[in-house]
Design a protein around this ligand. Structure first.
Ligand SMILES: Cc1ncc(COP(=O)(O)O)c(C=O)c1O
Length: 373
């Protein structure tokens, strides 16, 4: 039973074991566990500690604020933050020994200033845009930025600890951009080497590449979704990963309605016979997509069923036919799938999205409870 009206139960042992399994898939590389977006919705600090227990040596965040939260909790391993918008707290990051991902040429100068202000050498990872065309330095910007970074290194203000890039289509095995990006990354490394940079870690592989592209492992792999036990490539066999999050709720009430009853806002579902309806106290205010109206899979009273009618802000209904439920009945929206409950991948399939979005969107209103069920 959920400890309150609902819970997102997170199996931290699964996160540790997934991390260890990913480390085994990349025997020549270290692991950077990616914990941005509140650890993909699992809770950043517990997820981070579970990854470290599983053998991760680095952690990755999108923003400096996330990295500072890790430091504030006493986590001392190397942490990289790679989205640095204007006015990002660079000095605070340098003071806290956070590695900074550099995606624009101007950042080298800004980080020099932060290092001078702080009196500490800043740790920098230069990010090459090898074809994702999102963050990262373009091929045109690369030589000048590498040169500026080498000068700042010679001046004792920064240390280029890393060079990295990110794939566009690693989750589509055989996509031609994979080889093109890998080759562009080698070129970027060569230019950096010629400029005198000797990064400790070169890193390119996300979860999909960690699992399927050993030639991209370099010194460090950066798995996010796979650490949480969800596959970056639907249906990929033999990953041995275990989904860490189970989303469930107590059934709040059951009522009998006659045939022909319209259910929930808009009466988008109508009972075709007299039926028992179960009320599940989770809605779009909790991160259950409203688009799951009449389609979201849910296990109620041990059986697989479907959301009946509109998902509301705090609740949705499920037609359970003539079944009756005990006082302690629960609804499981998704979990590892061991007991026939749907998985986050099932939700993603129904909604035309990816499991990343399903777990990350679960709102803070749903208590995270830690431990295997
Ligand atoms: C730069 C970078 N590296 C690694 C990851 C982890 O990706 P995944 O969750 O697909 O493993 C992300 C996630 O978006 C990312 O932005």
């Amino acid at each position: 039973m959920p400890s309150s009206f609902a819970e997102a139960r997170v199996d931290l042992g699964a996160i540790s074991e997934n991390t260890a399994a990913l480390a085994r898939r990349a025997p020549g590389a270290g692991v950077m566990g990616v914990v941005k977006a509140d650890g993909y919705g699992h809770g950043m600090l517990p997820a981070a500690r579970a990854m470290l227990a599983g053998g991760a040596e680095w952690l990755g965040t999108a923003f400096i604020e996330e990295a500072l939260e890790l430091r504030g909790a006493g986590i001392s391993c190397p942490v990289v933050a790679w989205i640095l918008p204007p006015h990002a707290p660079l000095s605070a990051a340098v003071a806290a020994d956070i590695d900074l991902g550099v995606s624009t040429p101007g950042l080298v100068a800004d980080i020099r200033t932060a290092a001078a202000e702080t009196g500490r050498r800043a740790r920098v990872h230069l990010k090459a845009d090898t074809g994702l065309n999102r963050g990262g330095l373009t091929a045109e910007q690369w030589p000048e930025t590498v040169a500026a970074a080498a000068r700042a290194e010679a001046d004792g203000l920064i240390r280029v600890t890393g060079v990295f890039s990110h794939f566009a289509c690693a989750d589509e095995p055989g996509h031609p951009s994979i080889a093109a990006q890998t080759s562009a990354f080698h070129e970027a490394l060569e230019i950096a080497g010629k400029a005198g940079l000797e990064p400790e870690v070169r890193h390119l592989a996300n979860s999909a590449a960690t699992l399927t592209l050993p030639e991209t492992h370099f010194d460090l792999v950066r798995p996010g979704i796979a650490s949480y036990g969800l596959s970056p490539i639907p249906g990929l066999a033999g990953t041995g990963l275990r989904p860490a999050m189970t989303l469930r709720a107590a059934v709040a009430l059951v009522k009998r309605v006659p045939a022909g009853s319209g259910v929930s806002y808009g009466h988008r579902y109508t009972t075709d016979r007299a039926a028992n309806l179960a009320l599940v106290p989770l809605g779009y205010g909790d991160g259950v997509p409203r688009a799951a109206t009449n389609s979201g899979p849910v296990q109620v009273g041990g059986r697989r069923r479907t959301v009946s009618g509109t998902v509301c802000m705090d609740q949705f209904m499920v037609d359970i036919g003539d079944d009756t439920l005990g006082a302690d009945a629960e609804a499981v929206l998704f979990g590892p799938g061991d007991d026939g409950e749907p998985t986050a991948q099932d939700w993603a399939d129904v909604l035309g999205t990816i499991p990343y979005e399903i777990v990350t969107r679960i709102s803070p209103r749903v208590p995270r409870v830690y431990g295997a069920r």
